[in-house]
Design a protein around this ligand. Structure first.
Ligand code: IPM
Ligand code: MN
Length: 355
């Protein structure tokens, strides 16, 4: 089969980690007889520098015409002082909206080989954990009305959290369907003791739970959830939550896996296309130093094979190769504690050897 993949390398370490994932996909293509055709498009700061806007029209059109999209990361100090609607991050929100990617799957699991990297006490992570965060991605405060105005105390700025029944119903369905294929347990995280939008969220989660009698369901307030994630992460299977809470909690979940450099993500809509990206940012401080951990992006490419193309054998080959490399003790800089480490290219070579 032939698959057209749009590459959005972006900024900072983005190009390095996307190059690693492309090498892995090419190896998978050779071994399993698929042809992956890669077409790069500009996004983020790179696009601002080249054409004055973070998300050029050609990029959106290219992504919509592709079979799937692989993204590195966007942003950096160079563009930090631009107004909000011209920032590199705006491109990420723009492409998620343009492709109608309302679901963001962020798996966070503890690799046995990385147990000692987990900052939690050994007895807490004895049995590991395997969490799937289902983050709503095209609604909430990220996309609500915002602006500046004159208020009681003069200049003020506001952002609004708003969720419609339709938006909550569709993400709820994804969460319960996901749970059916995993541990059959859903925790919905909200702030229903304060926010009206959370109360509607909770009501619709309950309605959906009724339709999935095989799934155990509970609600949890977000402040408690932040605590429970470090107190006992093994209690979670599927977490479903809003755009902003999901952003914050997925960084917390990534850190207890040992490194944010390990966590992939899949952003999905109603079509199979999707956009695949590591959950970490562009790490401008280490860009170009061959220090970046490409594993999150390589695993994101793995998620693409599974979700966009239905290639489960090929997906498993990537996951198993990463496992083998970690089990053999190979580490990137983020996991090396100052000891000698493999460069981005070297760890990619090791993963290629295992495929
Ligand atoms: C993420 C990032 C983005 C987000 C930023 C860069 C806009 O933090 O993908 O988690 O907040 O969604
Ligand atoms: Mn984030």
């Amino acid at each position: 089969m032939r698959y057209n993949i749009a590459l959005l390398k972006g900024d900072g370490i983005g190009p390095e980690i996307v190059d690693s994932a492309v090498r892995v996909l090419e190896k998978i293509g050779q071994k399993y007889g698929h042809e992956f055709v890669f077409t790069p498009y500009l996004i983020g700061g790179a696009a601002i520098d080249a054409c004055g806007e973070p998300l050029p029209k050609e990029t959106v059109a290219g992504c919509l015409a592709s079979d799937s999209v692989l993204l590195g990361a966007v942003g950096g100090p160079k563009w930090d002082t631009l107004p909000g609607n011209l920032r590199p991050e705006k491109a990420l929100l723009g492409i998620r909206a343009a492709m109608e990617l309302f679901t963001n799957l962020r798996p966070a699991k503890l690799y046995p080989a990385l147990k000692d990297e987990c900052p939690l006490r050994a007895d807490i992570v004895e049995n590991g954990f395997d969490i799937m965060i289902v983050r709503e991605l095209t609604g909430g405060i990220y996309f609500g009305e915002r602006g500046m105005r004159e208020g009681k105390w003069g200049e003020e700025a506001y952002d609004t959290e708003c969720y419609s029944r339709m938006e909550i119903e569709r993400i709820a369905k994804v969460a319960f369907e996901t749970a059916m294929k995993r541990g059959k347990h859903v925790t919905s995280i909200d702030k229903a003791n304060v926010l009206e939008s959370s109360r509607l969220w909770r009501k619709i989660m309950h309605e959906t739970a009724e339709r999935y009698p095989d799934v155990e369901y509970r609600d949890m307030l977000v402040d408690n959830a932040a605590m429970q994630l470090v107190r006992n992460p093994a209690q979670f299977d599927v977490i479903v939550t809003s755009n902003m809470f999901g952003d914050i909690l997925s960084d917390e979940a990534s850190q207890i896996t040992g490194s944010i450099g390990m966590l992939p993500s899949a952003s999905l809509g109603e079509t199979s296309r999707g956009l695949y990206e590591p959950i970490h940012g562009s790490a401008p401080d280490i860009a170009g130093q061959h220090k970046a951990n490409p594993i999150a992006t390589i695993l994101s490419a793995g998620m693409m094979l599974l979700h966009a193309f239905g290639l489960s054998k090929e997906h498993d080959a990537i996951v198993n190769a990463v496992d083998a490399v970690l089990n053999a003790g190979y580490r990137t800089a983020d996991l090396s504690h100052g000891a000698p480490y493999l460069t981005t290219e070297e760890i990619t070579d090791k993963i290629l050897e295992q495929i």
